[in-house]
Design a protein around this ligand. Structure first.
Ligand code: SF4
Length: 299
């Protein structure tokens, strides 16, 4: 993006009152132009407080839906309209409803990486940062957890609750190859290994810490280690490097999300210019999903 286009972004932001939000997995050039870069929980918290008339969301569809539910007065435009999340696609609202009927009395906890229709069926939502706490706080009895099987197993192990997982997974994390992590560890034996709970169980067993992206930032801030091997989407390596320029980071292999990689600065410019009404969610559906999201933020 040249200086002329950068100036145009600034001018459009001023004239529309827009804010640009980007997930930590977004490409470097998108992170550089965002007003806020964060994980799903941080973006949700921002949305709750936001009074911005226009939100440009650089991420995937479920994030834009979540921001719209939490900030219904804002026009929320997804920069890459086709950017869906392969994990969210694993569990529809109909799937969630049928699953609940198969397990009467169980509480459904839905990872925020899910479509609005599945959230609307849920007792509570969670992010990777608070999945264990939400599962722990669920009403007595079984907990249904979807759509990510790896995160469900992690939350079960950490909370001590009986959790029934939905058999879903993200193409990027669940396909992560442990041999790449071992190679990185052999090259950097002094490094701390931080992995995301969506990675396969063998990753978690070989990690120094299992954390969501916000937790990784806190871990590095409080650590006296100099080098870190990062087991999550590769955009997070750039995010950490920009926050901690005095430390070194490398990826634990090729964990790349195709859904996060297709946003470009030109698309941000287009989204700022357009008159697209953005994400629209029927009121009743948004209200039901809001209850599950509010329970998550209360917990
Ligand atoms: S990394 Fe996985 S869970 Fe995250 S947006 Fe991409 S497909 Fe979805």
């Amino acid at each position: 993006m040249d200086n002329l286009e950068k100036g145009e972004v600034k001018r459009l932001k001023r004239s529309t009152g827009a804010v640009i939000l980007a997930h930590s997995y977004q490409p470097r050039e998108i992170q550089e132009m965002a007003d806020l870069v964060g994980d799903s929980l941080e973006l949700s918290r921002f949305a709750r407080e936001s009074v911005a008339p226009l939100v440009i969301l650089c991420g995937v569809r479920f994030m834009a839906e979540t921001v719209k539910i939490l900030s219904p007065g804002s026009v929320v435009r997804l920069v890459a309209p086709g950017a869906d999340c392969s994990l969210a696609a694993c569990m529809s609202g109909e799937d969630a409803g049928a699953w609940k009927r198969e397990h009467p009395g169980a509480a459904l906890v839905t990872y925020i990486n899910s479509p609005v229709e599945a959230k609307a069926e849920s007792w509570a939502c969670c992010t990777s940062a608070n999945a264990v706490g939400v599962v722990r706080a669920a009403p007595p009895g079984d907990v249904l957890f979807g759509p990510d099987r790896n995160l469900a197993e992690y939350a079960a192990a950490e909370s001590g609750r009986r959790v029934i997982p939905w058999p879903g997974g993200c193409h990027a994390h669940s396909g992560a190859d442990i041999r790449s992590l071992r190679r990185a560890r052999a090259e950097w034996p002094d490094a701390a290994v931080l992995v995301h709970p969506e990675t396969p169980p063998v990753f978690r067993r070989e990690a120094d810490a299992v954390l969501g992206t916000g937790g990784m930032i806190d871990y590095v801030a409080g650590s006296d280690r100099r080098r870190f091997i990062i087991g999550t989407e590769e955009g997070m390596v750039y995010r950490l490097s920009s926050l901690f320029p005095d430390r070194s980071f490398t990826a634990a292999g090729d964990i790349s999300c195709r859904d996060m990689r297709n946003a470009t600065p030109d698309m941000v410019l287009e989204a700022l210019r357009g008159d697209d009404p953005g994400i629209l969610i029927p009121e009743e559906l948004a209200g039901a999903a809001l209850k599950a999201l509010e329970r998550m933020t209360e917990l």
